[in-house]
Design a protein around this ligand. Structure first.
Ligand SMILES: [Zn+2]
Length: 657
């Protein structure tokens, strides 16, 4: 193979990148010139590589990749850490993580053009911990002001993974459960903390930790490939077995340089003292996580998002042994690739489990920071080209930011209005305008007073302009309270489809009966785009109240199962609730719609278990007695409402008994 020197370097970098198993997609070797920046991003030397043999790797798409390779009769072998002779043609399209549109809204409906973002580079970070007089302390240092990533920020030591780290396995001790990839990451973290801070997680043959004399005898400025051998020459074995996995961060998609970084933890060896290299790192500092966060809040300590969130998690631990005990199962306590949106014009970042994440994943899947998260009652917020949300001006304890009215459709297909909300003339007028007057259906997920009273006046408004869209939903049951009495023009069948438009511009809403929050509750799946419109059955930022007799806990849980099945059927990734932001994540990513529903169900069942315990401990108690104990984690002002759900649980518990 004839390749210019520069290209060969880029290929070597790319292959190295692939070889350590962080490539999320598959790459084409003839497109390799485009990957030249990676050659510069990858630190230090690469081992000699023979170009032209073949190896293929894709972390998420290993199966697909291997299938491709089978198909194309490419000589392939699985790549793993420490295997230095595996290289090859890597084929595919390096832009989006999804190879097809399954579980994603149609690309034709996305608000922003698809764009590429850099693949994350492998790196490792280590939090060195000690027990201070006032509790757990962690070692942080300040990055150089000239650093290309997070200049001036206080961080934990760490850096890019070097090819040499994967070649040092034999010079390190590891736990049986620590696989090759984790071992390489631990070695990288050990090497980086030595280079940056002169700390050495290594032991002599007799188990003694490396001491100041050992450290003084070693060359901190030696190239990466010399690190493990010089330790070995002094009789030291790298203590990768003392390094545990705390968290897994992948840098946000909007940043020009991205890293895939395990945040590791280790106990600080006795008798060693951090000395910064004064090049990359400055001012090593032992700090309690809570103090670091307080100083940051006061504007005196610059730390970036993953550091903040990791410190927040860490501050729950009292001692080093507690942290290490929590990390024994070789899995991170959490994994996150955050997303950012705009709140009052300012960039705010969110982890997967936080309320705004799903909305950002839906509106800006490629990580564009353009979506405003401010609640809008004036103008509809576009979530997709064919889905808009206008929030009614009825915020409150029970309605959160207000009732979300959804508009599904486009100017050609006309629109379905879902949950017109209260009979607020202004709000209905705005909905009508947003639909250009072309409303085809008015659908109520259920008849509660913050959802359905707007239906009749909205219909009247349309009639005034010469057409009469039907009001659809389910008639209220006899158990409904007076304020929730409701009769639609027609009852919707379970499984019925309402179709707007035609051809590529078809928007199909499938009805799912979901009794539980209200006896006449239903949800809708927008089939073409994999969205679930959940009414009050699933909310974001608050818990659905189940108010007997119209509310029914057993029905509620069964309806959750029906929604889970619908999510599987249509690969629903996102949930659009009647109160709060969009929930979910891209299909098969952490916190997708299924995970949200499972989480919700588990929460309900945990609550029920707690209620059962309280009932057994206080068999003569009243609901008022039980609510204080079973909802002791809920503010007292919400106990009257919680009592309704408590009643529903008690009813189910007695039924099950
Ligand atoms: Zn409701």
């Amino acid at each position: 193979m004839h390749i210019a020197h520069e290209t060969a370097r880029a290929i070597a970098a790319l292959l190295h990148f692939a070889a350590i198993g962080v490539v999320d997609d598959v790459f084409k070797i003839d497109a390799v010139m485009r990957w030249r920046p990676y050659a510069q991003n990858l630190v230090r030397a690469h081992p000699p590589m023979a170009i032209g043999q073949v190896a293929v790797m894709g972390r998420r798409q290993r199966q697909a990749v291997l299938g491709f390779v089978e198909h194309h009769k490419v000589i392939a072998r699985a790549v793993h850490f420490g295997e230095t002779d595996a290289h090859g043609a890597i084929i595919g399209h390096p832009t989006r993580q999804k190879s097809h549109n399954a579980g994603m809204p149609r690309s034709s409906q996305l608000l922003h053009p698809a764009r590429t973002y850099p693949e994350p580079l492998p790196a490792a970070t280590v939090l060195l911990l000690r027990d201070g007089p006032d509790g757990l302390e962690v070692l942080m240092t300040r990055r150089a002001m000239t650093a290309s990533f997070a200049p001036g920020a206080y961080v934990f030591p760490g850096g890019g993974i070097d090819a040499a780290d994967a070649q040092a396995h034999a010079m390190a001790r590891h736990r049986p459960g620590q696989d090759a990839r984790r071992l390489t990451q631990a070695i990288a973290a050990i090497r980086e903390s030595f280079e940056e801070l002169g700390l050495l997680l290594a032991r002599h043959a007799d188990g003694r930790w490396a001491d100041a004399n050992d450290i003084a005898a070693l060359d901190r400025k030696a190239p990466a490939e010399a690190f493990a051998p010089q330790c070995q020459a002094r009789g030291l074995t790298l203590a990768a077995d003392a390094v545990f996995w705390l968290a897994h961060w992948v840098t946000d998609r909007d940043l020009p340089r991205r890293f895939d970084v395990p945040f590791l933890v280790a106990r600080m060896p006795e008798g060693q003292h951090p000395v910064a290299d004064e090049k990359e790192q400055f001012e090593p500092l032992w700090v309690r996580p809570a103090d670091a966060l307080a100083r940051h809040a006061a504007g005196q300590f610059f730390i970036i998002f993953p550091t903040i969130r990791t410190l927040e998690r860490l501050q729950r631990f009292a001692r080093v042994e507690d942290v290490l005990a929590a990390c024994q199962n070789e899995q991170p306590l959490f994994t996150s690739c955050p997303r950012a949106g705009l709140l009052a014009g300012r960039e705010e970042r969110y982890m997967e489990h936080e309320p705004a994440f799903g909305e950002l994943a839906l509106t800006c899947p490629d990580g564009q920071i353009v979506h405003a998260l401010d609640w809008q009652t004036e103008h509809p917020v576009a979530l997709l080209k064919n889905v808009q949300r206008l929030t009614a001006p009825n915020p409150g304890v029970m309605t959160g930011p207000g009732t979300n009215s959804y508009l599904v459709g486009d100017p050609e297909s006309g629109y379905a209005v879902i949950d017109p909300g209260p009979a607020d003339e202004d709000h209905l007028e705005k909905l009508w305008r947003a639909a250009g007057g072309n409303i085809r259906f008015i659908i109520c997920t259920h008849s509660h007073p913050d959802h359905s009273p707007g239906a009749a006046p909205l219909q009247a408004l349309c009639v005034g302009h010469g057409h009469r869209p039907p009001v659809l939903g389910l008639a209220s049951a006899p158990t409904a309270r007076a304020h929730s009495a409701f009769t639609p023009d027609r009852d919707l069948e379970d499984g019925e489809r309402l179709v707007l438009g035609s051809g590529a511009n078809t928007h199909t809403l499938r009805v799912i009966h979901t009794p539980g929050h209200a006896a006449n509750h239903l949800c809708l799946v927008l089939e073409e785009d994999g969205l679930l419109i959940s009414g009050d059955h699933i909310l974001n930022g608050s818990t659905t109240v189940i108010d007997p007799p119209d509310g029914h806990m057993d029905d509620y849980l069964r309806s959750l199962d029906a929604l889970l099945a619908a999510c599987e059927q249509d690969q629903v990734a996102f949930i659009l609730p009647a109160h709060g932001y969009v929930l979910g994540n891209l299909w098969n990513e952490p916190y997708d719609a299924r995970a949200c529903i499972q989480h919700l169900k588990a929460h309900r069942l945990r609550r029920e278990a707690k209620i059962l315990q309280v009932m057994q401990a206080h068999p003569q108690g009243t609901l008022d007695d039980w609510v204080k104990l079973a909802y002791d984690d809920v503010p007292e002002r919400l106990w009257p409402v919680a009592t309704r759900s408590l009643m529903a649980h008690v009813e189910r518990i007695r039924q099950l008994a």
